[in-house]
Design a protein. Structure first.
Length: 483
């Protein structure tokens, strides 16, 4: 981030069509005696489809930038050997991943040098979502929080996008700017090089500058704007209560995009301004101390980065990218029940089950109707299963898998789970019940399956018994309700 403040002075255009669903609700708790494993719940269906960005990989990029600075006079200032080596590191990784990469020489920069532009070959060319960060640092130090954090966050997101290669609904363009520290010169040169038509193609520009401050806050540029909605939605889902990036207004590369009428937003964790008592109470850290104590100093090394703050920024970028350019905006919740024949009264279709599992046998009553799924109860080593492929709709606020379970057992122990029923969605175990959960009659079990929104997965119940003393698992009235 550059040091001098510029005036903003322009109204933002509205990024039409961007809305964000409510955060997914927490799972209904399973009984204390059952073992429940749940995946993290993100803010919406689009977030759930987005990949988790490895903080370890982002930190590896930081280490590379720090090493580059160490080998080149201790800094990565625009126009220096450290800057050129930083650009080459990013460029090589992107080219290997399949990006169309170009360098743009900034002749008007204080330190003439190149911007790096990378475009993923998918989505309409006239519908561009752009993500940018400045690659240069100041001469005083290696510039790791400012701004290898933003540069590394975008690099890792770009590599993950390439590795997953999803179907794109918009074109994604990444940029690493030169000469930001000297007056936002690289990004200004780029914006000025665009024709009016080319500017119109950019539907939103997102800037990431200092996203790992050790005493950091959670700041969003133009936090209440429509453009900021996906960034805010992700941090809202983590309960972070982000605030407007007041300190950074007019001080980073979103400024000239904004001046050109392009909708903008972005994340920041704070620079030399001091954290307030209210912010420290909300976010942790030290009140009345700088967000980044090494801002523009030689101590801005890899030690000057909060992994937690950085990780939340990196994952928020992935959320926004998928929301805007992969998910095609917020999906519409179709809602309703997605499990077919959940009461087993219509034969076995579309269930796939072990022989005899779906039955109207009188030995165990159904909860409703005549049929139920009866797994195990043999008193010998045996495994039986019941499964159905379901498509979980996207864009809903809640996703609840519910079923009624009766467990009858001859086991006498109160401490050892000899026989088990495992509930899975795809390869993920949602819950495990056992002879220890035996009860008279049926008990309703409810599990949050929001992590599978927008996906087709196999819902599977698997019962296993050991060599002696039966345990029966009887399932009825299975629903997967999205709303």
């Amino acid at each position: 981030m550059r040091g001098r403040t510029l005036s903003a002075g322009i109204a933002l255009a509205v990024f039409a069509g961007m809305t964000v669903p409510l955060a997914a609700q927490p799972a209904t708790a399973s009984p204390p005696t059952a073992t429940t494993v749940t995946r993290p719940i993100a803010a919406s269906a689009a977030a759930l489809a987005a990949p988790d960005i490895s903080i370890t990989n982002v930190q590896a990029h930081l280490t590379q930038f720090n090493a580059i600075a160490t080998s080149n006079g201790g800094n990565r200032r625009a126009g220096s050997a450290g800057y050129t080596a930083s650009l080459n590191y990013v460029k090589t990784r992107l080219q290997s991943a399949g990006y169309t990469v170009s360098e743009q020489y900034c002749s008007s920069c204080r330190y003439p040098s190149n911007n790096l532009i990378a475009e993923w070959p998918g989505g309409p060319a006239d519908q561009v979502v752009m993500f940018g960060a400045h690659l240069d640092g100041v001469a005083a130090g290696p510039g790791i929080n400012d701004n290898a954090t933003g540069s590394s966050t975008l690099l890792e997101n770009a590599l993950v996008l390439a590795a997953q290669s999803p179907t794109m609904t918009k074109r994604v363009r990444f940029a690493w700017w030169t000469d930001e520290e000297q007056g936002l010169n690289g990004s200004r040169f780029y914006v000025n090089s665009l024709s009016a038509t080319q500017r119109g193609y950019i539907k939103g520009y997102y800037n990431f500058d200092m996203v790992g401050s050790t005493n950091g806050g959670y700041f969003i540029n133009r936090v209440s704007s429509t453009t900021a909605a996906p960034l805010k939605a992700y941090w809202d889902s983590l309960g972070l209560q982000p605030e407007e990036n007041v300190e950074g207004q007019g001080r980073s590369d979103d400024y000239y995009f904004q001046q050109a009428g392009i909708p903008t937003s972005g994340y920041a964790a704070g620079a030399s301004a001091r954290k307030t008592s209210a912010q420290a109470a909300k976010w942790g850290g030290t009140a009345n101390s700088a967000y980044d104590p090494c801002y523009h100093r030689s101590c801005d090394t890899t030690a000057n980065v909060s992994a937690t703050v950085l990780n939340r920024a990196a994952d928020g970028v992935a959320y926004a990218l998928w929301q805007l350019a992969v998910g095609g905006g917020t999906p519409t919740c179709t809602g309703g029940q997605v499990v077919a024949n959940g009461g087993f009264e219509s034969g076995s279709t579309p269930w796939t089950a072990s022989s005899g599992v779906i039955t109207n046998a009188s030995g165990q009553p159904a909860r409703t109707g005549s049929y139920k799924a009866w797994l195990n109860g043999f008193g010998s080593t045996r495994s039986e299963s019941l499964s159905q492929s379901v498509t979980v709709p996207a864009g809903c606020a809640t996703y609840t898998l519910s079923f009624w379970l009766h467990i009858d057992t001859a086991e006498t122990t109160s401490s050892t789970a000899y026989d088990r029923l495992t509930v899975q969605a795809g390869s993920t175990t949602l819950a495990t019940y056992s002879n220890l959960n035996a009860a008279t009659g049926y008990v309703q079990r409810s599990l949050n399956v929001a992590a599978f929104a927008g996906q087709t997965v196999t819902l599977r119940f698997t019962g296993t018994e050991d060599s002696s003393l039966q345990t029966t698992f009887v399932i009825d009235d299975v629903t997967l309700q999205a709303s």
